[in-house]
Structures are given as C-alpha cells and as structure tokens.
Design a protein around this ligand. Structure first.
Ligand SMILES: C[S@@+](CC[C@H](N)C(=O)[O-])C[C@H]1O[C@@H](n2cnc3c(N)ncnc32)[C@H](O)[C@@H]1O
Length: 369
C-alpha cells in the first residue's frame, strides 16, 4: 500500500505533485453530498480526555498562542478542551465540531454563542480543506479499520469519490490516522497540532505510514508516551504529540517515556527522563519497553564466536526454538525451568527444556553442534 504513495499511478503523478497534494486529493469531497448521520449504535470512539490530561495538553498549546489565534477541535465530545481553556485563550477564534448531537448540551451551545466561536454539529470529514487554523487540539476517535465499513465514518465517507485506484492511506489505518492527517491539511504553514492518541502508531505498519507522513509534512516537536495508560478505565498506552507544520526549521524530537497520569499528578520532573531523537530516528527507534534480559552477561555469546562449523540456520528471535533442546544432550545446556512452583501464569507441555548457557569454555560437542 505504501508503494502507492511513493509511486502513484502515472496519470495522478502528472497532476499531483507533493505528498500534501496527494492527501488533499484523498480527502477532497463533493460538498453537495453530505455524509450520513451516525446510527444509534455506531462506534464513534467516545473515550473522553481526563481533565488533568486536557490541562496538560492546553499548557503545551499555550506556548504557541498569538493574538487572535484560530483553534480547531475537530471532535469536541463534551467540549473537554475548550472548556478547560483559561483566560489566555479568550481572544482566540475557536471552532468545534461534533457528529453526535446527543453530546451537544445546552451549556455547550451557549459556549459557542459568543462571536469568536463556531460550533459545527456534523462530520469533520465534511469540513472543506480550504479552512485553515493556527492551532489544533484533539483526541480523535479510536475505531479499528474493521469497523469503518459503514456509517458516518465509513471509508467511503472519508475518502469520497476519488479514483478508486488511488489509495494514499493504508487501508488497515485506525480512524484516528485519518483525523490526524486531515487535521494537518487544515493547519496553516507553521501551525501546531497537539493530539492525544493511542500508542499503536509507534509499533504498527499503518503507524509507519503516519510517521513518514509527519516527516513529510513538518516535524514532531515532542512525544509524551504514557506506556500504561492515560485514560480512565482503559489500560492501553497513549501518546500526547506536538506536531509542527514547518519543513524549513526542523528540530529534534523530545521523547518523554512515562507510566501513566500519576506522572503528571505527582509533578514528576518530566525533563529528567527526556530523550532527544533525530526526526529520522522516528522510523527506527524501538518504543517498546526495553528488555529485562541482560544481554551483556557472559552467558550470551555471539554464535559465530563459539562454533567450529559454518552457521547454517540463523536466529530471528531472542528465544528461538532452534536453540531450545528437549533433552540435556550437550554439557552447557541449562534447564530453563528451575522451580515449577514459581510459575503462576504459564503452562508447560514438557517436563523440562534446556537452553545453551555458554559461560566460559565451550565443549567440542557444542562447537560441532
Ligand atoms: C475520543 S472522543 C474525544 C472527545 C473530546 N474531544 C475529549 O477529548 O474528551 C472523540 C469524539 O469524536 C466524535 N466523532 C466521531 N466521529 C466523528 C466525525 N466524523 N466528525 C466529528 N466528530 C466525530 C465522537 O462522537 C466523540 O465525541
């Protein structure tokens, strides 16, 4: 799928020059055809942002405020972000969108009555890309691609009537990817987006596409990675990202590995754990928890340093069945299971298994094996 971005179909390549133009084409719509209203049982990804996290994100945005800044929240829910904004934001032009009219309370309607504020009760994918903003803040809906077949957020509604051959965004993408990419199109040059999203983009194949898109459209200023969770009752890792739509003045990424919201509540010094990554490292850096195994221990030796025969089978994983033995047939083999009573969550289907533990000298049999 990615190759279609790099090598678009010839006819399109002639018309569409840049990646941003490709995305614009992807999201372009015939505005006489508004999308459907959501069905009662449609999954709209309604997980709301806890107040402490909303305030944290607003603080990040505050540093970017200018007089009369225009700010978009493409999916306000109960108006979480704009409600949490302090007086510094009074002069801003605020636009909020929400598809689920059941969430738009009288209080929210009142909030948008003032002249510098606008509420759209409708679909973010209907907002023309010609509308641009200085700042965007959002918690986009998280809906898996399998559930994007029908309804208000169907892929058809998102990508309306564009050549069926032209598939810029990988089809496995979660709904939040479409929200982020369309939002970037709505940013003015130099504009800033702060968003909270689940952390699947750090590990998945569609996440790779998102990372490449960030690099093509601007740069990531910071990633706050809540590895355990950032939402009430949802035990999934999340990230708060700050993206800047500026290709000429690129900085390194400040990456903050955190646990959960307690790191914000306890006023932990976030900068103490901050890592600086080059923008390109976004594509290669391993954001997983680091291994607890100490590979520097003398137990671990590169295979090529201990063999006399040529290596015929490579290894692709830390624990590879090629190197797990069911019998103690070599002197250096050590049982993997030492004390079965300590095992709480796993079941084992053999009495024992052995692993090569080369600590010091290596026997001739093992070298030959
Ligand atoms: C994850 S919630 C976040 C709500 C709020 N911003 C917050 O942070 O608490 C996502 C919101 O997006 C709304 N939504 C889903 N699809 C939408 C669409 N296509 N256009 C606008 N809003 C949409 C949902 O109804 C939901 O309120």
């Amino acid at each position: 799928m990615l190759s279609t971005v790099c090598k678009p179909y010839k006819e399109i390549e002639e018309v569409v020059k840049t990646f941003e133009e490709q995305l614009e084409l992807f999201f372009s719509k015939d505005f006489e055809n508004k999308t459907k209203n959501p069905k009662q049982d449609e999954n709209l990804g309604q997980v709301f942002t806890p107040t402490i996290l909303a305030s944290f994100m607003i603080n990040i945005l505050r540093n970017e405020l200018k007089h009369n800044s225009s700010i978009l929240d493409p999916c306000i829910g109960p108006n979480t972000f704009f409600n949490a904004m302090s007086e510094d934001f009074l002069n801003c032009n605020l636009k909020g969108i929400e598809i689920d009219i059941n969430l738009v309370s009288e209080q929210i309607k009142k909030f948008y009555e003032s002249p510098k504020r606008a509420l759209i009760k409708g679909n973010f994918f209907d907002l023309p890309i010609s509308e641009k903003f200085d700042l965007i803040i959002q918690n986009p809906p998280y809906v898996r691609q399998e559930l994007l077949a029908n309804g208000a957020n169907s892929k058809e509604s998102i990508r309306y009537n564009v050549s069926s051959l032209f598939t810029t965004i990988p089809s496995q993408s979660n709904l939040y990817i479409y929200f982020l990419l369309k939002s970037i199109l709505h940013l003015k040059e130099g504009g800033v987006m702060v968003a909270v999203i689940y952390d699947s983009w750090l590990y998945s194949s569609f996440g790779k596409f998102l990372k490449e898109s960030f690099l093509k459209l601007g740069y990531l200023d910071s990633i706050y990675h809540f590895k355990k969770s950032a939402f009430d009752n949802v035990e999934i890792g999340a990230t708060v990202i700050k993206f800047v739509k500026n290709k000429s003045h690129i900085k390194s990424i400040s990456y903050f590995p955190l646990n959960d919201l307690n790191d914000l509540i306890n006023n932990t010094n976030l900068n103490a754990n901050c890592l600086k990554l080059k923008q390109q490292e976004l594509l290669t850096y391993s954001f997983n928890n680091h291994s607890k195994i100490n590979f520097k221990s003398s137990l671990f030796q590169p295979l090529k340093t201990i063999v006399t025969e040529p290596i015929q089978r490579g290894t692709s994983a830390v624990v590879n069945s090629h190197f797990i033995f069911s019998k103690k047939e070599l002197p250096e083999l050590k049982p993997i299971v030492k004390d079965v009573s300590q095992i709480k969550t796993y079941t084992i289907n053999q009495e024992n298994a052995y692993i090569l533990a080369v600590n010091g000298s290596v026997s001739i049999e093992t070298k030959k094996y």
